[in-house]
Design a protein around this ligand. Structure first.
Ligand code: SF4
Ligand code: FES
Length: 259
């Protein structure tokens, strides 16, 4: 296959970027999208030009690092498919493909297609954990989990933190990501002790990082490579409201006690 690529090139966060056109020749339909970029980069390197910078790690659809916007869609044209799992047979010989980084103020471009997604790490650090004592794994049947909750928790835990939901949202909201991380612990018995604190801390951190609120467009759900649903956002909102009300009551009690 021969393709024309319009690729966003930007040397760093402070310099302006622009689209540069490249020809990708003799591309196998069985190559992944990232392998196609590897071939283009080999050609650029041979010509003494800087290769196109993009993130990747596992190349198996599980690490979440390879996010980029391909022909206007986060991770490209195939549903539930990360950019590394997208194969060139999804395109036609002679196609023109536009490749851009995630576009969100909270995800500044580091170089070319690489953006800084550390705000997602800070949301996790704010509360996406359980402070349970560590040690040997408990006997599996000692803590029963209703099957429905186990399934829902596993579905939410499938989020790989790629940030496609942010890139697709007109409001650059990180609510689908945050909701998945709040939900997968909030649905399990082990996550109950910190459920209130977690919902408050992670939502506050999400806001502090400059992500917008849910736009109700459901673009996040449409592009999510792991099929995370917006049901999780509704669950997070319920947790957040319940936690805010409980916190308000405690503050009122404290003030009453002090008076
Ligand atoms: S919710 Fe989906 S799109 Fe958003 S970070 Fe998680 S896996 Fe990626
Ligand atoms: S490189 Fe890991 S998900 Fe694509």
């Amino acid at each position: 296959m021969n393709l024309t690529l319009h690729v966003w090139r930007q040397p760093n966060a402070s310099e302006r970027g622009r689209f540069v056109t490249y020809q990708a020749r003799d591309i196998s339909p069985d190559m992944s999208f990232l392998e196609m970029l590897d071939v283009v980069n080999e050609g650029l390197t041979v010509n003494g030009e800087p290769p196109i910078a993009f993130d990747s790690d596992c190349r198996e659809g599980i690490c979440g690092t390879c996010g980029m916007v391909i022909n206007g869609r986060a991770h490209g044209p195939r549903a539930r498919t990360t950019a590394c799992q997208l194969h060139m047979r999804s395109f036609e010989d002679g196609d023109t493909i536009t490749i851009e980084p995630w576009r969100a103020a909270s995800f500044p471009v580091i170089r070319d297609l690489v953006v800084d997604r550390s705000p997602l790490d800070r949301i996790i650090a704010a509360g996406g954990f359980v402070t349970a004592p560590t040690g040997s794994a408990p006997e599996a049947n000692s803590l029963p989990v209703p099957k429905e909750n186990a399934e829902l928790a596993m579905d939410a835990a499938a989020c790989i933190g790629c940030g496609a939901c942010v890139a697709a949202c007109p409001n650059a909201s990180a609510m689908l990501f945050t909701a998945a991380k709040v939900a997968h612990l909030g649905l399990l018995p082990q996550g109950q002790a910190e459920r209130e604190r977690r919902a408050l801390a992670m939502v506050w951190q999400m806001d502090a990082e400059g992500f917008g609120g849910c736009s109700n467009h459901r673009e996040c759900e449409a592009v999510c490579p792991k099929g995370i649903t917006i049901d999780n956002i509704a669950r997070m909102n319920r947790d957040y409201i319940r936690a805010s009300a409980a916190r308000g009551r405690r503050l009122a009690d404290d003030e009453g006690g002090a008076g």
